[in-house]
Write a protein that binds this ligand. Structure first.
Ligand SMILES: Cc1cc2nc3c(=O)[nH]c(=O)nc-3n(C[C@H](O)[C@H](O)[C@H](O)COP(=O)(O)O)c2cc1C
Length: 465
């Protein structure tokens, strides 16, 4: 059976709490029950907030049908005074000073590596420090031995900050994006919000237990990592014969069509070397796409034939429906952009297309578990569109998709430094793994529900989400 490893990223976590956190997560089947168990423990013991959100992620992973494991990253650091190891008791912050945070304990590192090797999914549970992960959590991402071992693992992140909007999302997005570059499959928190992982609020030790919504996002992240890791494992074990459909979605171009010319040659090159892949392209630049009206009934119960008098989906001049049809048949989608030196040279449909994808999301997450990545053709040092691939991850993960490593191309002095063929080949391999796995793992269907102002669980009809 698959295993998901949850990593605790707080310096306030206790190595001696490992068993307790796993035990708490093994007893419950939803957020309310988990809160009860944590509250009971808090009456007699100290738990930091990251330990609590880690536990919620463990619950979610367990419910997705995988084994779970937990490792507090502070355990990597040796104790200056071993006798103080278990003296990190209630309120005794002074014991933390006994951690030698500059060195790594080799035994603990080997323990972490063994746990990592035994896992197909990883969730990082970290406090938010200045809108980013803690330095303890960062250690995990920076260890070269760790980086070599995460290829084809599924990665998600949950974070807790003292404030609402304290940087939980930036924290999550940073490590998600960085881990894509290490060959992981990146996922968010799934339903109901499909954002960037767990985002919880809690300042003083244990306070996050009150944040039902934040704990639900952490649970959702664990569940999502568990589900997708089952697909990836199946896909690796039992590939299928069917061809993998990979779509290049050209969301912008230069007036002279520089991106299209390059994508055409990439498709020709990749098509001749990658037997099992069927390539196609959607060139949005050649079509009109109307702006999203933010209509609250869009689309109606999966029926895109909405009777709203102004429904742009039905407008024959609007290209969204045609593009949607092509995307629904894809196993993988590469959203291509360009970063030219001259803004006057840019023709873009990216933003308007991305906002119109709201109807696809609201149509019960039609693109769930499709592999996505950004590709950007940069003029060296151009500043018009420098973060295209990051934007692609942020917007398209909200469709409950799975994200993969971006492909960045740089032209310098008229010469393209790398064609991107290797990146495309890596993407195609990942898309075929996921496509094969999807057919072999039974995952509950996702039903769209709008969530907006209010933050509660009840459906809010006026939601713009
Ligand atoms: C150095 C430092 C930086 C922090 N930066 C932020 C921040 O940017 N946003 C935020 O909401 N909370 C911030 N916090 C608060 C912690 O994220 C918060 O207390 C968290 O619950 C701690 O998790 P823990 O109990 O697992 O250690 C910061 C705390 C520290 C110590």
């Amino acid at each position: 059976m698959n295993r998901v490893l949850v990593l605790g990223g707080s310096i306030r976590a206790k190595a001696s709490n490992r068993g307790m956190i796993l035990e708490m997560a093994s007893e419950v089947s939803d957020v309310a029950e988990y809160q009860d168990v944590v509250r009971e423990r808090l009456s007699s013991t100290v738990l930091c907030n990251s330990e609590i959100i880690a536990g919620a992620a463990l619950v979610g992973a367990r419910l997705s049908g995988v084994h779970v494991d937990y490792f507090p990253l502070c355990h990597l650091f040796p104790q200056k005074d071993r006798r103080l190891f278990d003296l990190m008791v209630e309120g005794d912050d002074s014991a933390l000073a006994q951690l030698d945070t500059l060195d790594i304990d080799e035994d603990a590192l080997n323990e972490l590596l063994a746990a990592l090797d035994a896992s197909q999914g990883v969730v990082l549970a970290t406090p938010v420090y200045f809108g980013d992960r803690s330095s303890v959590a960062n250690k995990f991402l920076q260890l070269a031995t760790v980086r070599e071992r995460v290829l084809n693992k599924v990665y998600g992140v949950v974070s807790v900050g003292a404030k609402r909007n304290g940087g939980q999302e930036t924290c999550n997005i940073f490590s998600l994006y960085e881990m894509l570059h290490q060959g992981t499959f990146g996922v968010g928190n799934g339903m109901p919000t499909s954002q960037y992982g767990g985002t919880a609020v809690g300042g003083d030790l244990g306070k996050v237990v009150a944040d039902e919504w934040g704990l639900a996002t952490a649970l959702g992240t664990g569940e999502r990592v568990g589900q997708v890791s089952r697909m990836v494992t199946k896909g690796l074990q039992s590939p299928v014969e069917a061809k993998t459909n990979v779509v290049f979605l050209l969301a912008m171009d230069t007036k002279a069509g520089k991106l299209k010319t390059h994508i055409d040659s990439l498709i020709a090159e990749a098509g001749s070397t990658l037997d099992g892949v069927e390539f196609s392209a959607i060139n949005l630049v050649e079509h009109d796409i109307y702006r999203c009206l933010g209509c609250k009934s869009c689309p109606r119960d999966g029926d895109t034939e909405c009777d709203h008098p102004q429904c742009i989906i039905r407008n024959p001049d609007d290209y969204l429906e045609t593009a949607r049809g092509k995307l629904l048949g894809a196993d993988g989608v590469i959203v291509c952009g360009i970063n030219p030196s001259d803004i006057g040279d840019l023709v873009t449909r990216y933003q308007v297309f991305t906002e119109r994808m709201r109807s696809v999301r609201r149509n019960n997450y039609e693109l769930s578990n499709t592999l996505f990545a950004g590709l950007c053709y940069h003029d060296f040092s151009a500043t018009i569109n420098p973060i295209h691939s990051l934007k692609v991850m942020v917007s398209y993960i909200r469709h409950n998709t799975v994200m993969h490593k971006p492909i960045e191309l740089f032209e310098y002095d008229g010469a393209l430094l790398d064609s991107g063929a290797k990146g495309v080949a890596g993407f195609c391999e990942a898309a075929s793994i996921l496509a094969a796995g999807k057919t072999q793992v039974d995952i509950p269907k996702t039903t769209y529900r709008a969530y907006g102002e209010g933050g509660g669980y009840a459906q809010d009809e006026s939601s713009q989400d």
